[in-house]
Structures are given as structure tokens and as C-alpha cells.
Write a protein that binds this ligand. Sequence first.
Ligand SMILES: CC(C)(COP(=O)(O)OP(=O)(O)OC[C@H]1O[C@@H](n2cnc3c(N)ncnc32)[C@H](O)[C@@H]1OP(=O)(O)O)[C@@H](O)C(=O)NCCC(=O)NCCS
Length: 392
Amino acid sequence: MRDAYIVQSVRTPGCKQKKGLFNQTRPEELISFIMKEAVERTVNLKPEDIDDVMLGCAFPEAEQGLNLGRIAAKMAGFPDEVSGATVNRFCASGLEAIALASVRVSAGWSDICVGAGCESMTFVPMGGNVPRPHPEYSKTYPEMYVSMGITAENVASRYKVSREDQDIFAAASQAKATAARDNGKFTEIIPTPAYKYVVQPDGTYKKETFIVEHDDGIRLSTPEGLAKLGAVFKVNGSVTAGNSSQTTDGAAASIIASKEKCKELGLTPIARLVGYTTVGCKADEMGVGPKYAIPKVLKQVGMTIDDIDIYEINEAFASQALHCIRELGIEKYMDKINIHGGAIALGHPLGCTGAKLTATCIANLREVGGKYGVVSMCIGGGMGAAAVFEKL
Ligand SMILES: CC(C)(COP(=O)(O)OP(=O)(O)OC[C@H]1O[C@@H](n2cnc3c(N)ncnc32)[C@H](O)[C@@H]1OP(=O)(O)O)[C@@H](O)C(=O)NCCC(=O)NCCS
């Protein structure tokens, strides 16, 4: 197997579903913009050097349907020869895409490959536009189709994660994100053009373009304030709009090149994927996924929790993130986990999240002078995924 190096990793801001700044900007625009920028910001790289695009998307239909991987490549201005595929592993789609891009390069199938993720939850809601569970199987095993919020309630009640602890965790995510935004720490974000249609005095609509620089869901909160919110998924439950991940629109892209191509073109490696794994778990408590996936990937690469400098553990819900952190024995490393907040504050654009967290992980490793980072998330249907990255 050849060495595969990440030479670029960037993301758009994440903006709230429907209420946010990308609510009229189509997903193809977000992903093609970030892929184009990823190439343009990589010294000595041209679009024609790319072989293939692996693009993660959790609900690849309607505006983000057909084969968004290929459409995005064309809209980014890449030549006809650049192929593209769309990859779906729900919330790990973006990470899966980066892993596939890396493995393509390692295997010698591609010399340079984009690994990316995109989701507009505004244009395509979670569950898709027309959900069609299998009529008999959904009665035999309804857990496969259960709402993600209910899985979060199950984790909270089965593993005794209190409402108070969920709200403390959520407030900390918001506080870290607020501080990071105010101090310019999100160096992986590329200011991204967006547009909206504004009604004119004569009743016609005019397309107005503007630039989005920050994640727009950050909302500084206190545990006391969050405690006032009602449970949204279950009567007398503990999972609220304040301690759940936000539903979000966004895109992210990494570029992976072989060692030989880096030398030939003069590309500078910034990181590499050391290992990647996925694992299944019970569907009705899918949030426990990272507690199995992280030890599995660490074993694969011969490391322990003590070797990791930065953890990016997706905050699908405070209940499951906190439970996994406790079970993994990394509560002592809270200063290394989601150092600039997580999906509770920054949003969770499903199929984009793995690609987004990779960009964040590499930026945060750079910031703290660390070497190894873990990106992990739970996945609907009952799975976990985890990757180890090395900053070069
Ligand atoms: C929980 C959920 C249903 C809430 O959706 P929503 O109602 O659109 O959420 P919002 O962020 O708009 O918040 C609704 C209200 O809650 C309150 N609220 C939310 N976050 C708050 C905070 N941090 N502080 C104070 N109030 C808050 C506000 O009153 C807010 O309304 P406002 O913005 O008009 O003031 C949605 O975020 C969700 O489904 N999250 C989970 C997504 C998921 O399952 N992903 C996959 C995981 S595997």
C-alpha cells in the first residue's frame, strides 16, 4: 500500500436548517464552492490533477440527489475527466468518503482524490422527503426506524445520564464555540457565498449574494437557562432542543494525494489517515457507537486513549456524547475533547459532519501542536465510526 497524505482540509460554516443563512443556497453550490476552494488554496494543485471525488451525503435525493459527487465536481469547474461518487453511511458519510479517498490513493486506484461531505437539511430533511419504511420489517424490528431523539432518550435512561449533566455539557459546548468564534480559532472555515431571493417593490424577486463567515447556530447558554427547555422527543424526557445537535446545512472537503504525487507536484502534506473503522450496535441506542468504534480503531493502529491529543466526538446528543466519553475513560481529557465546541453549538449537517470534523480536527491539532487526533460519531441504524489522523 502507498502512503496517502491529506494536503488540504476545509469547510464552510454550518448554518441552521431553515432559519439559517444557507436556507436558500442549494447544496450543490455549497459543496462545489468548498471543493473549488480546497483546490485553489492548495499550492501547486490544479483541478485536472484530481482523479476522483468521494462525497458523503446522508439523504442523497432531490436537490442533493442524482450523483452529487459528480455534479459537484463539474460545478466546481473540474474537467470532464474527474469522476465522482456519492457515499452514504448516514452521519459518518463524510468520514467514510475521506477514508475511501485515502484507500483509493493507497491502493493505487487514484493518485489524487477528494474526500468530502455535504448536507442541506433545509432542502432535504432528515429521513428524506418521502420516507418509506419496509411495511413488514418496520413492525418486526421497529428499532431500525426509530427517531434519533428517542435513541438519545434511551441512552440517557439506560445509562443514567441526568438532564442536569446533559445541560452542563451542552452549555460547555456553546461556551467553547463562542470563545473560539470570537478569537478566530475556526481557521478551517472558508467564508462562503450564499444567496437569498428578496422581494422587490414591483413584486418580483432579486437574487442577493452575501458572504457567511461563521457558524450561525452558536448561542451562548447557561445550564440554568437550558434547564427551562422542555423535552422534545418524549413526555417527561430529558432531551431538548438545547442539548441536541442542531440540524444544519454545510459542506467540507479534504484532498488526499499519494506520496509520489506530492513529490512530483510539490504538494505539502498536512496530515494522514492512520486508521479507520466502523462497528454496529443496537439501533435503538445508536448513540453508544463511539464507545465501541474508538477502542476498535485505537487497537487497529496500536494506540491507546492516552496517545490522542485531540478528540472530535460528534455531539449528536449530549446524552450519548457524555455517555461515550465516560465509558471510554476519557473524562479526564475533557480539555482535549471538542475543544471549540461540537454539534450542539456548531451543528450536525449529517453527511457533511465527518468531513467537517476532519477539517476541524486537523486545524485543532495544528493549534495545540498535537500529533494524533480522533474523529468519531454515532450513526443512525445503530453504528459507530472512528478515525485516527496524524498531523504532519
Ligand atoms: C431537537 C430539535 C428537534 C430542535 O429543533 P428546532 O425546534 O428546529 O430547534 P431550534 O434550535 O430552532 O430551537 C427551538 C427553540 O428551543 C430553544 N432553544 C434551543 N436552543 C437553545 C439554547 N441553546 N438556549 C436557549 N434556548 C434554546 C429556543 O426557544 C428555540 O427557539 P428560538 O430559536 O425561536 O428562540 C432538532 O434540533 C433535532 O432534531 N436535533 C437532532 C438532530 C438529529 O437527530 N440528528 C441526527 C443525530 S444521529
